[in-house]
Ligand binder design. Structure first.
Ligand SMILES: [Zn+2]
Ligand SMILES: [Zn+2]
Length: 332
């Protein structure tokens, strides 16, 4: 459906984007299959929140979180195999190996840097200089309400960071490689330039061991929702879920080849933040990427911010012009 009008915006001039939930395909199959793929996401959210709510301190540790996270991802890989949203997004061995390479980078390099100058320093600063007693009223609220508020406030910051990346050229240079992915799979969130992962991960890593239970629950809430941003699974997401939370459908519009459509759905967890600021598009896209879906090599992903940044600085010095806006990234 080319050229659909949404408000005053034309969607799908460059590549088709489906707009409106009623136009998105449903899960095909028997009643059991449809039941599973309708209630999987809410059930996992409730199960993991209950686990972290009741787990004794001896179990509520970083290593438990890492083990659970890996088990959850393996389960989701299985779902991608059983019920893919788009056959064209099916994982090949090469695609999976590349994704796992970026996951490995995320776990080692980024954590290493963060422990030196990022999260470690921030946590130290927070612990030293924060007047925790001023937040006694906050800590007196029900634990789950605290968790929801923390998650919402954190996602609010992440919304503006992400929106900033799409509107300010130096930040865009770090985020652009992530937008060269041409399909969504469960580990694609890790694919991108490490500088971006660092900017987004700033302050998240390493929190587990010191933070109050409310932060742990907030993290669980965020991860069990935002993990579905990049997944190749067809869900019959309940209406209240997709109204409140970000979904793989929303995020596929964000990754679509259509420039206007991609300037939407910036939040990680709470899509209602996009609704608040008028940047939400309910819909989905299958054709993803930049420059008509040109794949980007690992080498280019690592060097892109520097090579592109240098090019635009040279162009500016040469012509006496400002660097191009993100809009100027060619979609050939
Ligand atoms: Zn983006
Ligand atoms: Zn993404």
């Amino acid at each position: 459906m080319n050229g659909t009008r949404v408000g005053n915006r034309i969607i799908g001039a460059d590549a088709p984007v489906t707009v409106g939930w009623e136009n998105i395909p449903k899960v095909e199959g028997g009643p059991v299959k449809r039941f599973v793929f309708t209630w999987f996401q809410p059930t996992m959210l409730v199960a993991l929140v209950l686990f972290w709510y009741y787990a004794p301190n001896s179990i509520a540790t970083a290593s438990t979180a890492i083990a659970l996270g890996i088990a959850f991802k393996v389960l989701l890989l299985g779902l991608e195999w059983v019920n893919p949203r788009h056959d064209s997004w099916r994982l090949t061995w090469k695609e999976l190996a590349t994704d796992l390479f970026y996951v490995g980078i995320g776990y080692t390099l980024v954590n290493m840097i963060e422990s030196y100058i990022g999260a470690g320093a921030i946590i130290g600063w927070v612990q030293d200089s924060f007047a925790w007693e001023k937040f006694a009223w906050f800590m007196a609220m029900p634990l789950l309400l605290q968790a929801v508020l923390i998650s919402f406030i954190f996602d609010f910051g992440q919304y503006w960071m992400h929106r900033g990346m799409h509107n300010w050229y130096p930040l865009w240079l770090t985020h652009a490689p992530h937008h060269y992915i041409t399909q969504l799979n469960i580990n694609k969130g890790a694919v991108g330039n490490p500088i971006e992962l660092f900017l987004i991960g700033l302050g998240i890593g390493g929190f587990f061991d010191f933070m109050p239970r409310a932060f742990l629950l907030a993290g669980t809430l965020g991860l069990t929702v935002s993990i579905y941003q990049h997944i190749n699974v067809r869900f019959n997401t309940p209406r209240w879920w997709r109204f409140t939370f970000n979904t793989t459908e929303h995020h596929s519009v964000h990754h679509s080849q259509d420039y206007e459509a991609s300037r939407s759905n910036y939040s990680g967890t709470w899509i209602i933040i996009d609704r608040m600021f008028g940047t939400c598009i309910d819909g989905e896209a299958e054709l993803l990427g930049m420059e008509g879906g040109r794949p980007m090599s690992i080498r280019e992903t690592m060097t892109f911010p520097f090579t592109e940044g240098w090019k635009s600085i040279k162009a500016r010095l040469g012509r006496g012009e400002p660097p191009p806006e993100p809009a100027a990234v060619p979609a050939e």
